[in-house]
Design a protein around this ligand. Structure first.
Ligand code: SF4
Length: 437
């Protein structure tokens, strides 16, 4: 048996890499860190299962967000998952294992969009969705005939054949919130999102029978786990979402999901979602400045629905489902008034949570190419790409003003008074939703 390690290096997080932002005090840092969902990265669990099915590999998995990496253990292959914020750590580990004589593979989002850079640190790189090329690589490894690059065409992986991830490899301390992906793809094509570079334009759901098997496997692992549906946009296909909710009715689960604001338009669907266990949705609202939303996605979907944001958030939350609104500060339309406006919006809409970040162009996105062409990228040190740390020159303010305004928003949103008001609001809403259900 060959020993294989699937390795997810840690991301620097808000507390690190603050080359461009040294102003956050410890209490704000702690509040932001506390509000983040802590989740194992799901992709390597699928690769683990595929390797186990071959019967020739002893498979190990380490996610540094949950467990320390034991560097004294020896492996035949180390396969490392990369995203831009963790990639420097990934390269450091790849170089370490290479020196030890271990065969090193790099894959994931950053490797897919920066293959030449990643190729300097690995024997083999996997480009694209790795499920369809991983087994071919492993077979070649066993036959001593590996190639430097394994790639698959964009968006061609059939989710119909996707195996049940190796959930049993999730470390004990990461079993409270467990990821299940039921489909890939999103119709909106936001310019700051690298979904299109990874998955192409298609929407690809899994078979409902397979989703049910995943659900059962998760329940077996931890009957009390909350499920996080990591689909890019869970409700963008109403046929798929309705079938999924029908399935979930048969199980007692609490779940969270990513979706877009149009979920708030249909009170009947919201009610069904609540009744089958939905308690939080993460929605990319992006900005309270309408000017930013024009052209932010391919059809200006977000601008077209901007006028309904408050009403639809209220529709969702009044049924007992908390909305985590995601916002980007420092977009090109933002002047210094954006900070007060953002804080006001979050507080007045009684958002259950807010993920507030600064405009960060990830490599592989339309936005990265545009800002690069405008010479506005201040650093290519990927450790700074935490989304909490300005890495570009904003159009209408200095980096210092952006940092100070960002801190002001965080302080307002995370204040004790705001938390108290929100708690009262939700107690009332949950009670009302429970009475009506
Ligand atoms: S709505 Fe979300 S998932 Fe869809 S393209 Fe935009 S950022 Fe990406």
């Amino acid at each position: 048996m060959k020993r294989l390690l699937l390795l997810i290096p840690k991301c620097p997080g808000p507390a690190a890499g603050k080359k461009w932002n040294a102003v956050w005090p410890a209490d704000v840092e702690a509040a932001v860190t506390h509000s983040m969902w802590k989740l194992i990265t799901p992709g390597p669990l699928v690769l683990a299962k595929l390797a186990q099915e071959m019967g020739r590999f002893e498979v190990h998995l380490t996610d540094e967000a949950f467990q320390p990496l034991n560097l004294t253990k020896k492996y035949d292959i180390v396969a490392i998952y990369t995203v831009t914020p963790n990639v420097k750590r990934a390269y450091e580990l790849a170089d370490f294992y290479k020196k030890q004589g271990t065969y090193v593979v790099l894959g994931g989002v950053h490797t897919t969009v920066c293959p030449e850079e990643a190729g300097r640190h690995a024997h083999t790189i996997l480009i694209g969705e790795a499920e369809s090329i991983w087994t071919a690589f492993l077979q070649d490894f066993l036959m001593h005939r590996t190639r430097q690059i394994y790639a698959q065409p964009l968006g061609k992986v059939s989710m119909y054949r996707s195996p049940i991830p190796a959930f049993h490899l999730i470390p004990e301390n990461a079993r409270k919130l467990i990821p299940i992906q039921t489909a890939r793809g999103c119709p909106h094509g936001c310019h700051f999102c690298n979904l299109r570079s990874l998955y192409g334009r298609s929407y690809r759901p899994k078979k409902m029978q397979n989703i049910e098997k995943e659900l059962r496997a998760v329940k077996q692992l931890n009957p009390h786990a909350t499920i996080y549906f990591t689909d890019d946009n869970l409700f963008c296909s109403s046929t798929h979402a309705d079938a999924l909710m029908q399935l979930l009715q048969q199980y007692s689960v609490t779940w969270y999901a990513n979706t877009d604001i149009s979920f708030g338009a249909d009170p009947v669907r919201i009610r069904r979602a609540y009744q089958c266990g939905c308690r939080q949705v993460l929605i990319g609202l992006e900005s309270v400045n309408m000017q930013n939303l024009t052209g932010l996605d391919e059809t200006s979907f977000k601008r077209r629905h901007f006028g309904r944001y408050r009403e639809w958030i209220e529709n969702i939350q009044s049924q007992g489902i908390g909305v985590i609104g995601s916002f980007i500060l420092g977009l090109d339309g933002d002047g210094t008034d954006v900070f007060d406006k953002t804080a006001e919006f979050i507080l007045e809409a009684n958002l259950f949570g807010a993920s507030i970040t600064v405009n960060t162009p990830y490599p592989g996105t339309v936005q990265f190419h545009e800002l690069d062409a405008q010479n506005r990228i201040c650093t290519y040190d990927w450790n700074c790409y935490t989304i909490f740390n300005p890495v570009i020159q904003p159009k209408k303010m200095s980096i210092e003003t952006l940092n100070a305004g960002y801190l002001k928003v965080l302080r307002a949103v995370h204040s004790t008074e705001a938390a108290k008001r929100k708690l009262e609001y939700f107690k009332r809403k949950i009670k009302e939703a429970g009475n009506d259900a």
